[in-house]
Design a protein around this ligand. Structure first.
Ligand code: IMP
Ligand code: MG
Length: 173
């Protein structure tokens, strides 16, 4: 595995994002809505850098891209999507890859009548985008490689790593 972003680099990126969010959302009715499971660690670190009132929500989204299912099919659990009306909602995900997950979620969230709706991601993968919309905030752009760690998985492994690393051929088995 090749480390792309060290623990310290990630934390610097998060402090910088927190500064931008402070300028944007201080004094507003913010709900940070994390996409499970990938945004778990990013969410936990980011909200502890925001020292103004906010609410936290979670949404579970899975996109199936296997041969057996339709590409881009997005399954979203609705349970935590109540009480978003009139809130400034910031959707938080681990990575912007094709963008289909983020766009699918944003379309669903629009229907909850938030006061505003924007998105933030830790990573933006270059050259993979298949949608018009892009994240409003991001911490890092990365090359088109499969990455794990800091919440991101490969077949549900590696989420706990404190850094972001690119998988190499030898890691894939
Ligand atoms: P998108 O819908 O293609 O933008 O994909 C977003 C989702 O795919 C993310 O929330 C991740 O769960 C997953 N994903 C995309 N690229 C990677 C990667 O490099 N490593 C791990 N998961 C990824
Ligand atoms: Mg994910």
């Amino acid at each position: 595995m090749k480390i792309l972003l060290s623990e310290a680099e990630i934390q610097r990126g998060i402090v910088d994002l927190a500064r931008r969010l402070d300028a944007e959302y201080r004094g507003k009715p913010l709900t940070v809505l994390g996409v499970l499971t990938g945004s778990l660690i990013f969410l936990a670190d980011l909200i502890r850098r925001l020292d103004f009132p906010l609410r936290v929500g979670l949404v579970h989204a899975s996109s199936y891209r296997g041969a057996a299912t339709l590409p881009g099919t997005l399954e979203i659990s609705e349970t935590s999507l109540r009480d978003l009306e009139g809130r400034d909602v910031l959707l938080l995900d681990d990575i912007f890859d094709t963008g289909q997950t983020l766009v699918g979620l944003l379309e669903r969230l629009e229907k909850k009548r938030p006061r505003s709706l924007r998105s933030a991601v830790l990573l933006w993968k270059e050259g993979r985008q298949r949608v018009e919309r892009t994240p409003d905030f991001h911490c890092f752009r990365i090359p088109d490689e499969f990455v794990v760690g800091y919440g991101l998985d490969y077949r549900d492994d590696y989420r706990h790593l404190p850094y972001v690393a690119a998988l190499e051929a030898a890691d894939i088995g």
